[in-house]
Design a protein. Structure first.
Length: 264
């Protein structure tokens, strides 16, 4: 029997989702250890995608295979035994051929930035002191991202992929100057390593005047290469939506809704 488990997690203290040889502090490892304790045997967990160290997820989907339906309230037991920074929202029984990663036809990431110091935001939004940006230019730059299909210039490790083509269906910048905050949101059928954080890096360069819109377009079209590029910090980034053709997930995560307030 196969089950989709709909999770959310604060990635601050984790080295990303995926289990790694050189670190034991990943979300996958914590979830697998907790499941092993509950079932007294190893339970392999498959995730809907990678997240980098420090990146959060307000909607993340995993799947597990069990020989039979649990004889106990699995949602209750998991939430009691998982650490406070990982929460289980839903358990959904699916067919054995449905896969949480390969069946996802779209994912959405949100990146938050603020420039008025606020201690409640610091874990979930990138802080820049007295940030001055041209938001209209940044919105134009986001439109350029929406117009391309090959995201090699926005990938940290393009050599890892057979191709770097992505189908981006939404890419926008929302700004609330009264709150001193902005949100970058992007939806695509797939994401490459570091792609969203490089998008934000370039948007900030355009908005600050470090780079012209024309130069950014040349980089996107691979007519010009930037020797040094640095992805922005991970703390402002959320995997906020995973879409399936046969499943509508609930949206119970209050933090992401609060962060979006005024930025929609």
């Amino acid at each position: 029997m196969r089950y989709f488990l709909h999770l959310g997690f604060d990635g601050t203290n984790y080295s990303g989702w995926q289990r790694q040889k050189n670190t034991r502090n990943t979300v996958q490892e914590v979830v697998e250890k907790t499941l092993a304790q509950l079932f007294n045997k190893e339970v392999t967990v498959f995730g809907c995608g990678r997240t980098d160290a420090g990146v959060h997820a307000s909607q993340y989907v995993i799947h597990i295979d069990l020989d039979e339906a649990p004889a106990f309230d699995l949602k209750y037991r998991l939430n009691k035994n998982l650490p406070d920074d990982i929460a289980l929202f839903d358990i959904i029984e699916v067919t054995d051929d449905q896969h949480c990663r390969y069946d996802a036809n779209a994912r959405t990431y949100d990146y938050f930035i603020h420039w008025k110091k606020d201690p409640t935001l610091i874990r979930y939004s990138l802080y820049y002191d007295d940030l001055v940006l041209d938001f209209d230019l940044m919105k134009q730059a986001a439109a350029l991202i929406l117009s391309i299909t090959d995201f090699k210039p926005l990938c940290k490790r393009p050599e890892l992929y057979d191709n770097t083509l992505c189908h981006v269906t939404n890419c926008e910048v929302f700004v609330n100057e009264d709150q001193g905050r902005m949100r970058f949101t992007i939806t695509s059928n797939r994401f490459l390593r570091g792609m969203v954080r490089f998008c934000v890096f370039f948007l900030l360069n355009v908005g600050s005047g470090t780079m012209t819109l024309a130069e950014f377009e040349e980089i996107l079209n691979q007519e010009k290469a930037l020797k040094q590029k640095q992805p922005v910090l991970p703390n402002g980034l959320f995997l906020s939506r995973v879409e399936y053709p046969y499943l509508e997930l609930s949206d119970p995560h209050h933090l992401i809704r609060a962060l979006k307030n005024g930025l929609e």
